[in-house]
Write a protein that binds this ligand. Sequence first.
Ligand code: GDP
Ligand code: IMO
Ligand code: MG
Length: 466
Amino acid sequence: MAATVVVGLQWGDEGKGKTTDLLAESVSHVVRYQGGDNAGHTVVLADEVFKLHLVPSGVLYPHITPVVGSGVVVNPETLLAEMATLAERGVDTARIRVSDAAHVIMPYHVTLDRASEARLAGGGIGTTQRGIGPAYADRASRTGVRMGDLLDPDGLRARLERAVPEKNAILVHVHGLEPFDLDALYDQAIAWGERLREHIVDTVGLVQRALAEGDHVLLEGAQGTLLDLDHGTYPYVTSSNPVAGGACTGGGIGPLQVDQVIGVLKAYSTRVGSGPFPTELTDHRGRHLVEKGHEFGTTTGRRRRCGWLDAVPLRYAIAVNSVSSMMVNKLDILSGLPEVQVCVGYRIDGRIVDEWPVRAGDLARAEPVYETFHGWEADLRGARRLQDLPHEALAYLDGLEALAGAPIALVSVGPERTQTIVRSEQPARTIGTAGEQDASKRRLLGRLPRRPIAGSVATARAPGAG
Ligand code: GDP
Ligand code: IMO
Ligand code: MG
């Protein structure tokens, strides 16, 4: 029995979609465990680009059961649209399973998210305006609607009769907006239930049966540790728990069923929305990262703020997720920079601080203390083995690993599935003979990808589909 968690170690957009797709080849189920359609996970197969918001990134393999777990908040409209787009592109969506306990993002959640952000006029969180916070708030207040309710007309009406008058009072009296019509909401929700009936199941039972049968389950996080409601830069966070612990509650597995936690990070940092970002670069180096890295949000199209990698919160993220190994994405984007820096501590009022969390007020005054690495010019996109990387890039990975304190197992040099280097479970400095490397790879991947990394669009096609 084995469950592997894929978790973001920064502020989201670390490339979790690519990592999940890569690791999903030899698992049976991929489970999204939290977040909603605020997520935007990109998977690239040959020249085809898939942007996923709710559907787990494993969907492109025909043998996988993609599961939307109970910890996810589901906008049924988005889910249906995403399923339709995938089906048009030949992906079999009949396999998708959605937890009956997952909460529904209702239209009033989206309106409330937008209204409260607008009310704060620039002082807001900078949310994706998808209704995520209000939907999770209703879940905690026990006034939410769950996916299973969409199949229970009487229960649904009772839930809405309880929730809608209160939402309308807030919309009308606090925000000066129009109220929602309860009957129209009810009809819409029943219609969603009819269209999604075959997909809504008890996903905990499904996942537990798979594990009991010896299948390998991959749990895909959305957002990242620094956006976690408990561990992130509160209040500039999302409203769920992206950390690996969230995979247990939101995916329906126990902590001892997890045998690996793969932490995903970018070779630099990005952040979308408001909140502290000590290593942010607003000069030509920041522009290099935005432009070369195409750092624009998958969900909202917003320009992502970019900066150097920050080892201070990274070490914290590795600890709270109990990361067993890491995948470093987008190393290719650093090519062309004369030097590359990593933050190793902050100077705050003359003191050096190297432990996270740092109070928000202190963080605002924090001056990063950097370790500087030589840059490199070479284009890394064609590299497939460690030996293909320039020694400066290898030194950067070695330095990063030492600063982070967790092994870098996989390195990505391009968005496509095959643009990946299996590094080692061991720190680079101790990499030995080819035989030792192979043994190390086997230990690392366990029952994960056994075959060479295959990058064929054909694998994304459902059997019999064009
Ligand atoms: P996620 O939300 O963590 O899944 O990440 P996103 O998909 O929002 O953002 C990552 C972006 O980087 C996507 O456009 C990926 O296709 C792309 N990407 C992932 N890995 C690499 C890489 O190694 N190099 C380059 N150039 N792009 C990458
Ligand atoms: P993936 O899964 C990056 C950010 C928003 C905002 C904050 C709260 O693609 O990595 P929310 O709409 O969740 O209430 O917004 O969180 N945010 C993300 N940033 N990647 C994401 O997802 C994000 N999902 C939410 O920009 O700052
Ligand atoms: Mg994203």
